[in-house]
Design a protein around this ligand. Sequence first.
Ligand code: AMP
Ligand code: GLY
Length: 436
Amino acid sequence: MMKVLVVGSGGREHALAWKIGQSSLVDTVFVAPGNAGTAIDAENVDISVGDFPALLAFAKQNEIGLTVVGPEAPLCDGLVDAFQAEGLRVFGPNKNAAQLEGSKVFCKNLMRHASVPTADYRVFSDPAEGVRYVNEMFPDLDDNEVPLVVKADGLAAGKGAIVCKTREEVFQAIDLIARDRAFGDAGNQFVIEELLPGEEVSILAITDGKTILTLPPAQDHKRAYDNDLGPNTGGMGAYCPTPQVDKNLVARVEENILVPTVHTMKRGRTPFSGILYAGLMVNAQGVAKVLEYNVRFGDPECQPLLMRLKSDLVEIMLATVDRRLEEIEPLQWDPRPSICVVMASEGYPGSYEKGLPISGLDAAAAIPDVKVFHAGTKLDGETVVTNGGRVLGVTALGDSIADAKRAAYTAVKEIRFPGGWCRKDISDKATGIAIN
Ligand code: AMP
Ligand code: GLY
């Protein structure tokens, strides 16, 4: 039997720890640093995701057989490389491959090289050159041309892509990224590209660099409020599968996007292993283009995906780490759809209070086919209290998307914390139904 260490503390990591704990290969799951939910379904270890020496020492002392890295920051900072250098098994891309998420310039250049469909773009390091380019190429931007998106090259906690409808807004975005350095060195370079119209979906795949196993399509809800209004967030809910994405589109995404990306990474001596997450824009004609790549499970897409996965996740992850993914049987999925509704703190995605008591978790958990994944929570003595902006991911399976939605929101109604709120329209793009 094997011990597994999950690195991270969000809803994604709770879902990973929960699923990994069901593996017949595993007897103990540790989560560093974890949250109140992982304290119940696994064992928390008080080490932060950035403390590589302490994570390594813990893995060695406790004979960890597999480490799974949840978030992008430690992947981009080389946690996988540090574990591999010590001969430890670790799931996720190394630092070079993680540039696919850590550097927009790397990602866009790779896609151009691989002929992967994506928005046309230019890269700049000098803000004045960016301004000159926009003045020359988009002189009419204020008159309802296609808007532009200005993106900081590096990681910017989801805030580094700024949609601009006017030239003035483009100049402000360039100033923010490249002159004011709002995202620090992430703004050493920036990308200017055209806005793509359509509907956003997430197609994730597991790959060992040779074999690619595509997971069912999911859809996140990035804006804070119903009907996609309000500021951008880390994601307010997700569901899976998305009926808007049919088998043919998945096949085209594999052929035109995932396969050339994985092959080009290999040829470029940055072979990719782990979760490859394509953030796609699908236009009215059903053509998908890549908005961005992530190099890890999406949060919250991970929660409904893993709720539906019937195969042993640890078997799949070990086969990935050992580069024998071609030996794995086709993945088994629960045919029922699932949805995850994120409950957030008052004020999120702006500033919010922490430490507020959460009630009703047991009543919610008692509802059949519901699992409440914790994100920003911690234990204060015996009480579960809020500890972040996205607090819980209430996830449910149902015979239809509408049934799954009903179950999830029934569970949401049981849970209370001061100021707690959620979007009411998660999965409506699939069904067009309203709750209540
Ligand atoms: P990124 O930082 O590249 O992941 O972009 C963050 C979000 O901005 C995406 O999930 C989209 O919602 C939006 N976005 C980025 N680039 C574009 C684009 N070219 N067209 C439309 N939306 C975009
Ligand atoms: N759900 C979006 C992300 O994980 O980046």
